[in-house]
Design a protein around this ligand. Structure first.
Ligand SMILES: [Zn+2]
Length: 191
């Protein structure tokens, strides 16, 4: 990696000068972040620019803060304690074949929404287990098998599914409206 005053590796004529530049970084989901005052090397002949490794952590940190992004270090830390291979994690989470490798190498970062999802998994490891085990399949089967029993009537009512035979109770708001209407009516009748 060249440094200031070295000969340019592209044109082999100019010399690299250390300058500061506003770097426009495009994230994976298309968001642009302008990182101000990044030290870069620019060739004084051909204009080739190099972001030296010493600037990488500054840029990474700035973009991470601006987009609430998970860095490769965050991703690595997230999966270190899992005792799962990368292939297994890829299958567990339904990721694309190269996604995890890119996150871990830092060539890509989880997009914002995925970052939130991964944070939830880090905070609540049972979420990872729930997804890994495809628990929704078991739950769907159990709900179907128990359809009609008392406790599941409650669950179906809660989930607003069609298995409820009894009418839904009036909401508090509706009761309030009925009470108001009745009291208003009795006042009118008295007047
Ligand atoms: Zn050059």
């Amino acid at each position: 990696m060249p440094k200031a005053t070295d000969t340019c590796i592209v044109c082999d004529a100019g010399k690299y000068l250390s300058i500061q530049k506003n770097l426009d970084i495009e994230t994976q989901d298309g968001t642009h972040v302008v990182v101000p005052h990044v030290p870069v090397l620019r060739c004084d002949a051909c204009g080739d620019e190099i972001v030296p490794p010493s600037s990488h952590s500054f840029v990474d940190r700035y973009v991470k803060d601006a987009t609430e992004q998970l860095t490769k270090t965050d991703v690595q830390r997230l999966f270190t304690g899992l005792d799962r291979t990368q292939a297994a994690v890829t299958e567990d989470l339904g990721l694309g074949p190269k996604t995890l490798t890119r996150w871990i190498s830092g060539s890509q970062h989880p997009n914002r929404a995925m970052g939130f999802y991964l944070r939830v998994m880090a905070e609540f490891p049972q979420v990872y287990t729930w997804v890994k085990n495809r628990t929704w399949k078991t739950q769907d089967a159990e709900l179907a098998a128990n359809r009609g029993s008392g406790i599941n009537q409650q669950i179906y009512r809660y989930l607003d599914l069609e298995a409820v035979s009894a009418p839904l109770p009036l909401t508090p708001g509706a009761n309030h409206a009925v009470a108001f209407r009745n009291s208003h009516r009795s006042v009118s009748a008295a007047a």
